[in-house]
Design a protein. Structure first.
Length: 638
């Protein structure tokens, strides 16, 4: 009887060994360069083994992917609002040309897809591009270096956090929500969804004065209103009255959505399910949100929103295109956060209307920018995460597309304020610009994170083997991959600095449905970087601490934000323990003339006998304190 299949996360053997380890029939760590090659001083020549059969395929694929991708995405540049967002590149080098200096073609993906349990115990899929898969890698790495901890082995680490559905009828009465209150809720809805959703010019114009719907069309519009009010209420404090009001409007809107108009697709049906999906992301019901996105996407395909419609008026075409772009933005961003295939990926970019059909309102401008970015994000997932390794050449091509996108953003998406502007309009525009900026930084992180993982794995192997970092980094790290890894850290810092600035102005809402996932992804990158470095980078440290501050504020409203905060706080403790371990080890290596003779924790031991794993961490040590180094004493590579 054969052995049971081992889960990929629990396998001891590497999926791909290096050429040297395979030739000598030695165990390979599966990282490149691998631990064995680093120890033997041949890290520069450590490459993954590929048979002659499998070698031809990636080479041909690379040749295909090295073709100018800008030709493939030319329709993207000609899509709505592209005249405001994209312009021909002024650079002499085309966007498809990779940077020079790359010696190794790819960084092997060390993150793997996961199957997590939902509330019912069923397994749900999380892809290798997801932050949750990266979190698992960070946990495994932390365990290798400091042993099991609360961060690496928490309870429920195989579960996907989901809030329980509330089916109890709300006792809230609609009369308690005055027209003025409803206007404030709609304003909060606009702020919360700015940069992500723009469902049409008439959606929020006629919200006041609604009576009990009598026809199916009126019922759908009433459902849209209810869901907008529910999303707006998510940003209010969690007092009993607000909770009842939020549940009342969402439950009624959901009931109206399922009452009769699931039988035939319509524009309002897509709007309703897109709004329900956005609400569910804010309510920590991500799997439910994905199902609603699927209904909206298939309805949009049935109505041909991705195609030109010759029989529509100018305003109808404008509304159809805005709705299609909103659907693509939420679908592609949400899918990339969890590493799942997007529902709209098969039909994008599609044929788009002429850009002249579009006006120049701030909502349309920010949505157009987000739409263009989401198409690049879809290409990132498809080209970089569909293979066993991430090619540095392809990564540089994608980064040049992102740079071309950012260089041609309109000034309105870069300004922080406009003279003589109402406070609520300023808040909506700042949140919209922040959403666009954070989406861009998240895309850069996805492109460059595999190379950061590869580089930090080398650094941690050096620390573990007590090799000299200052003398080894240049000899074993690929210049192109080093640049990509640095870009990952910089992008995470820039994202969090932007969020911190907005938070300090008081403009952040109490529930940010998408932003909290962006913040977690960036903070996890910085936490992993801090764990792998004994040196303290003030920008990285302050950005990481700022992420904790923002998540602590959001945690009062969001179980998802509270979960992210708990994970990062435990990672912070692991970083402290790692730094104390390295500091103690450095003292042992330089303490030739003195040793500790008395301790309340352990029996005194000579430095040569006391290993770093025996040092007890002091949980009271601040994260920002130096790790016991003296700049005037050589550190022997630590």
């Amino acid at each position: 009887m054969g052995r049971p299949k081992v889960d990929p996360a629990n396998r001891l053997r590497a999926n791909t060994a290096c050429t040297a380890c395979r030739a000598s029939k030695k165990r390979c760590s599966g990282s490149f360069p691998c631990t064995s090659c680093i120890q033997k001083g041949r890290a520069r020549t450590c490459i993954p083994f590929k048979s002659s059969i499998s070698e031809a395929s990636p080479r041909n694929a690379l040749a295909r992917e090295s073709l100018p991708p800008w030709e493939e995405s030319q329709q993207v540049l000609n899509s709505p609002l592209s005249s405001q967002i994209h312009a021909p590149s002024s650079s002499g080098r085309g966007p498809e040309q990779p940077m020079q200096g790359s010696r190794s073609p790819e960084a092997t993906h060390r993150t793997h897809p996961r199957m997590l349990r939902n509330l019912q115990g069923d397994r749900v899929y999380v892809g290798k591009a997801a932050s949750l898969s990266f979190l698992q890698l960070v946990r495994e790495t932390v365990t290798q270096h400091i042993g099991p901890s609360q961060f690496s082995h928490p309870l429920g680490r195989e579960d996907m956090l989901e809030a329980e559905a509330t089916h109890d009828p709300s006792s809230y009465a609609e009369e308690n929500c005055s027209p003025e209150d409803q206007e404030r809720l709609v304003r909060s809805y606009r702020i919360a969804t700015s940069g992500f959703l723009h469902l049409g010019h008439d959606v929020t114009d006629d919200m006041a004065g609604f009576t009990e719907p009598k026809t199916e069309r009126e019922s759908t519009r009433a459902a849209i209103k209810d869901l907008m009010l529910a999303i707006g209420a998510q940003s209010y404090p969690n007092d009993p009255d607000t909770v009842q009001m939020r549940l009342f409007f969402f439950t009624r809107g959901q009931r109206r959505a399922f009452a009769s108009f699931l039988e035939d697709p319509s524009i309002n049906l897509i709007r309703v399910f897109l709004l329900m999906s956005f609400y569910m992301f804010g309510a920590c019901r991500r799997n439910t949100a994905f199902m609603y996105l699927g209904v909206a996407a298939r309805s949009a395909v049935a109505l041909g929103l991705y195609e030109d419609s010759a029989g529509c008026s100018w305003q109808e075409q404008r509304d159809r295109s805005s709705l299609w772009m909103s659907l693509c933005v939420i679908d592609l961003i949400a899918s990339s956060i969890l590493g799942r295939p997007a529902a709209t990926a098969a039909v994008i970019p599609g044929q788009r209307p002429d850009p002249n059909l579009f006006g120049s309102s701030p909502a349309e401008t920010s949505l157009g920018a987000s739409f263009q970015l989401s198409l690049i994000l879809s290409e990132i997932i498809g080209r970089l995460y569909s293979e066993k390794g991430a090619s540095s050449e392809i990564a540089e091509v994608l980064l040049r597309q992102l740079k071309h996108w950012s260089d041609n953003l309109p000034d309105s998406l870069r300004r922080s304020s406009v003279a003589d502007e109402e406070a609520t309009i300023t808040q909506e525009r700042i949140i919209s610009n922040m959403h666009v900026a954070c989406s861009y930084h998240f895309a850069v992180i996805l492109v460059t994170r595999p190379f950061l993982i590869s580089l930090l794995s080398i650094r941690l192997a050096q620390l573990h083997q007590t090799l000299a970092i200052t003398t080894q980094d240049e000899s074993i790290s690929d210049p192109a991959q080093s640049r990509l890894a640095a870009a990952c850290i910089d992008s995470a810092v820039y994202m969090l600095q932007t969020c911190i600035e907005v938070h300090q102005t008081g403009y952040l809402l109490r529930n940010m449905a998408i932003l909290k996932a962006f913040i977690f992804a960036a903070a996890l990158v910085l936490g992993f970087t801090m764990f792998a470095h004994r040196e303290i980078d003030s920008d990285v440290e302050s950005a990481f601490k700022g992420a904790l501050v923002i998540l602590r504020m959001l945690a009062a409203q969001s179980a998802q934000a509270a979960h992210y905060l708990e994970i990062l706080t435990l990672l912070e403790a692991a970083i402290v323990q790692q730094r104390q371990r390295l500091a103690a080890h450095a003292r042992q290596r330089r303490s030739q003339y003195v040793s500790r003779i008395f301790s309340l924790h352990d029996s005194p031991k000579a430095p040569r006998d006391q290993g770093p794993e025996q040092v007890r961490p002091d949980p009271s040590t601040p994260l920002s304190m130096p790790s016991g180094s003296y700049p005037w004493i050589p550190q022997d590579g630590l």
